[in-house]
Design a protein around this ligand. Structure first.
Ligand SMILES: [Cu+2]
Length: 326
């Protein structure tokens, strides 16, 4: 070690730590598959944090391990440790670096939040069909501006609205999601379909209008990297584009009672043609059954006619009846 100059050693360690951190950050394999357009944004952010976290871990733990070995007590050494006082430049350095990292990550996360529509929830609600007045203030804070009409305030919702390029535009598919102890109910307002599972077409802009009937629930699809609370008395919204055909779990992510753990269903992402055939099959099912389909209307029958099949089942015929009557 003595032969290698310190700057060269530091540089080498820095390069190795950087390369290892970059590799770990982009190959950690910790996240489930990416099945939505939003998941890519979230994962890029996560990967950057993994790179930084790995580098910090290696530097801090490496320095500790190196010190434990290099500065260990030697045999027969009973002297005190060196009286080391503070080092201002060093302290300024290790305060500035984390501050820059945290501020940088903060700005990056706000950027992603905006890309995902975090500042524009409720800019188009199905029940009202109108846009909330958008002032520069409103789009920045996600809140209705001061002095807005009271009815505009009532329309404000939490969650994720349209992404920047689709602001103010209607989604391709809209589904009302209702959370209750302990199930999710999905209603398709256009067709009136009600289902216990969420069916959406691939590559379509989907808007979920989320509500809760009893307590707070949370709608979470890990493969979409999306999670949104369902709050009683307060509408929330989640807008996304599913990018991969498949079946993914829907998990309630808010402890909502004794059977919270069982509050699961799934989201089925169909190809466009599969989605259309699912829609058609569900609409056909929902059509009311015609009266002719019922074999017999019991109110039109006499008591004897009505009871005859039951009598036959119990092996009672008219001979037995005559015998009993006698
Ligand atoms: Cu729940």
């Amino acid at each position: 070690m003595k032969q290698i100059p310190a700057p060269l050693l530091t540089l080498t360690v820095g390069v190795v730590v950087t390369l290892v951190s970059l590799w770990v950050g982009f190959n950690h394999g910790l996240l489930p598959e990416q099945a939505s357009a939003q998941s890519v944004l979230v994962d890029n952010f996560f990967d950057v944090m993994m790179v930084i976290g790995t580098a910090l871990f290696l530097v801090v733990e490496g320095a500790i391990l190196y010190s434990v070995i290099a500065f260990r007590r030697r045999q027969g050494d009973d002297t005190d440790g060196l009286p080391i006082e503070g080092n201002l430049p060093l302290e300024a350095f290790w305060t500035a670096i984390p501050a820059i990292i945290v501020i940088g990550l903060g700005i990056y996360s706000v950027q992603i939040f905006q890309d995902m529509g975090g500042f524009t929830p409720g800019d188009r609600m199905p029940d009202h069909g109108t846009m909330i007045a958008q002032s520069p203030d409103a789009s920045l804070s996600g809140l209705v501006p001061e002095g807005a009409e009271p009815e505009l305030l009532a329309k404000s919702v939490y969650g994720f609205g349209a992404p920047l390029e689709k602001e103010g535009m209607a989604a391709d598919v809209e589904v009302n999601v209702s959370g209750m102890q302990y199930a999710w109910i999905f209603t398709y307002p256009e067709s009136g379909i009600v289902d216990g599972e969420l069916h959406v077409p691939v590559n379509a802009d989907v808007q979920l209008n989320i509500s809760a009937q009893d307590v707070i629930h949370s709608f979470w699809v890990p493969q979409f990297r999306l999670k949104q609370d369902a709050i009683p008395g307060k509408d929330t919204e989640l807008r996304f584009v599913a990018t991969k055909v498949g079946t993914y779990p829907v998990v309630c992510a808010e402890l909502c009672g004794g059977y919270h753990g069982a509050m699961r269903t799934q989201v089925i992402v169909h190809s466009p043609s599969d989605y259309q055939s699912w829609l058609q099959s569900r609409i056909a099912q929902a059509e009311p059954t015609t009266p002719e389909a019922i074999a017999m209307n019991p109110t039109d029958m006499t008591d004897t006619e009505y009871l005859a099949p039951y009598g036959a089942e119990m092996e009672i015929d008219h001979q037995l009846l005559a015998h009993l009557a006698h």
